[in-house]
Design a binder for this molecule. Structure first.
Ligand code: HEM
Length: 400
């Protein structure tokens, strides 16, 4: 039931005593009413969905729209993404499906598996440098952050000569501590950079994702020039910070669970399942999963009137009793892969296979090459990013 007299403020943050768990208030809500109204900073009162089955029901139902221009869409930040910004994650089928089809061929299991040697090379290169420079090191700046941006740079076809500029521009848009004006300016720099890259590919196409989008779509009228730039930007933004945060947080979590770490070391074949369990347990995408009811729909016994917004809280859904002993980290969990840390339904993460492979290689190599890896500071002193859209950690000082 929707008890408007008890509307709670949104968002609640994860508790510093238990940073890997969802906000304790959401757990309480899930037990009481997994679909309930909350009040946002702008005074709006969308529904918050905290249960696993309810979250899947919303994300898997085309009567809920992801259209970012919809009036009822929850506004997570004051930073207004201009309406003309073209974003796969914020549009509905059939247009969404049309664009997604242009990209899926680049993210298939086969294509991604073939990228393993390239990814392994990048991981080894980063660790070679980290080891050569000696302890201490910052696992975020020296390992977790550069890895996904180098991988996506290879996929998009960024030349080695351009990589430093590419990385500077992409870091500008990743810094969530900056003001909205600074964020807008950083986005502008990135758009300029990607636009120039597109112009170069137009003149001399290669065999990379960006060249393919230009040759197969832009030149045949499937996408405008602006849409190609926006799509490249979405891939970069969606895949960089998320994967980086998962690598850093997974490393911290494993170091905090020596018995699970020992299990993984003893059985490297456990890695694919372990990565899914880490994705479930941490669930970094903690904000930003919003939808709007396009018609009246009932979810979890609650009537959602047409035009109302919903926020789907993935961290809480992934700790639902659907998972036995949901608060235990169990790298061998039989149904770990049922988590919805990559979302669910038509918008389910396009890059999930790539993210899984990056995580598997990064963690396997890190643990193998640095068997004595340890945190240099107590967990309490780590700068966790409680308030950002994606949960993360700013620095992870380590030694070995
Ligand atoms: C969508 C999580 C890595 C590209 C999503 C969604 C989630 C997610 C939860 C769905 C959001 C929604 O339904 O509103 C993650 C996590 C990652 C990760 C946890 C890393 C651990 C990547 C990578 C790429 C990528 C590496 C690509 C290079 C995308 C795109 C979408 C998406 C394009 C939008 C898909 C659509 O709307 O059809 N991701 N992601 N992600 N992700 Fe990821």
């Amino acid at each position: 039931m929707d008890r408007t007299d008890e509307i709670r403020d949104y968002p609640e943050l994860r508790a510093a005593a238990c940073p890997f768990s969802p906000p304790p208030g959401y757990e309480e809500l899930r037990e009481r009413s997994a679909v309930t109204r909350v009040r946002m900073w702008d005074g709006s009162t969308p529904f918050l969905v905290t249960g696993y089955h309810e979250a899947r029901a919303v994300l898997g139902d085309s009567r809920f729209s992801a259209d970012g221009t919809h009036k009822g869409m929850p506004r997570f930040t004051k930073f207004e993404v201009p309406a003309e910004v073209f974003n796969l994650g914020r549009m509905d089928d059939p247009e969404h499906a049309r664009i997604r089809r242009m990209l899926t061929a680049h993210f298939t299991i086969r294509r991604t598996e073939a990228m393993r040697p390239m990814i392994q090379g990048i991981v080894d290169g980063l660790l070679d440098r980290l080891i050569a420079e000696g302890p201490p090191a910052d696992l975020v700046a020296d390992f977790a952050f550069p890895l996904p941006s180098q991988v996506i740079a290879v996929m998009l076809g960024v030349s080695d000569a351009d990589f430093a500029e590419f990385q500077r521009a992409s870091q500008g848009v990743m810094d969530f501590t900056v003001s909205t004006e600074e964020m807008g300016a950083a986005l502008g720099v990135m758009v300029d950079y990607v636009s120039r890259m597109c112009a170069a590919k137009r003149a001399a196409p290669g065999d990379d994702l960006l060249s393919r989008l230009i040759v197969d779509q832009e030149l045949t009228g499937g996408l405008t020039q602006q849409q190609v730039v926006a799509t490249a930007l979405v891939l970069l933004l969606a895949g960089h910070e998320t994967t980086a945060n998962m690598i850093a947080l997974s490393s911290v979590l494993l170091l905090r669970h020596p018995e699970q770490l020992a299990r993984l070391r003893a059985d490297p074949g456990l890695m694919p399942n372990a990565v899914d369990e880490l994705l479930r347990y941490i669930t970094i995408v903690q904000e930003g999963t919003g939808r709007v009811a396009a018609e009246d729909v009932e979810v979890g016994g609650v009537q959602i009137p047409a035009g109302e917004g919903l926020i789907i809280n993935l961290p809480s859904a992934n700790r639902d009793p659907h998972f036995a002993d949901a608060h235990e980290l169990d790298l061998g969990r039989p149904n770990a892969r049922e988590h919805i840390g990559f979302g669910f339904g038509v918008h389910q993460c396009l890059g999930q296979t790539l993210a899984r492979v990056e995580l598997q290689i990064a963690l396997e190599t890190l643990l193998r090459r640095l068997p004595a890896l340890r945190l240099e500071v107590p967990l309490d002193d780590l700068a966790f990013l409680y308030e950002s859209m994606n949960f993360g950690v700013a620095r992870v000082p380590v030694a070995w």
